[in-house]
Design a protein around this ligand. Sequence first.
Ligand SMILES: [Fe+2]
Ligand SMILES: [Fe+2]
Length: 194
Amino acid sequence: MGWFSSDIDTFEELFVHTLQDIYYAEHQIRKSLPDMVAKASDAELKKGFRMHLKQTDGHIKRLDRVFKMIKSLPQGTKCPAIDGIIDEANEIVGEIDNKTVLNAALIAAAQAVEHYEITRYGTLAAWAKLIGRNDVAKILAMTLKEEKATDKKLGSIAKRKINKKAAMRKLPKPDRTERAENAFLAAAAGIPAI
Ligand SMILES: [Fe+2]
Ligand SMILES: [Fe+2]
């Protein structure tokens, strides 16, 4: 099902489609979180990811409940946005060896995921009210609150320690021989000395 394709005709159908989008996204996030737990080397970050993994199970259960309430079958629809966020995260994380820099990258990736979830749940909670389902809106708002709290917590861990530690990681300054080699290579490539 694609955005604005002919199989979405009403606002209710758009609501269900977006619900299926976040249902798919939550399952993809659930699959990738154990890897984030394994890769995080900071104890507080590891604990935070582990806690959010449990919360994510709860988010999926809440969505199952919402599908039941609106008498629709719980099913996902492929969400290229979350696939892209997760693919990019895996790609970057795979290129980092240094543990502190890796922790900073993991937080940045997780915050991108949280922001995606926040936008979807925010929309869905607002739309649920508009279709006269305040009961559904309340459930979606509970998850929205947890996603926002997770984002805030990740931001605080990053600001308080992880980013500072990562910023301290610098490449060693080149020694005299390396500087001479670099100057020789630059000259050979026709790059003028500054
Ligand atoms: Fe979630
Ligand atoms: Fe989340």
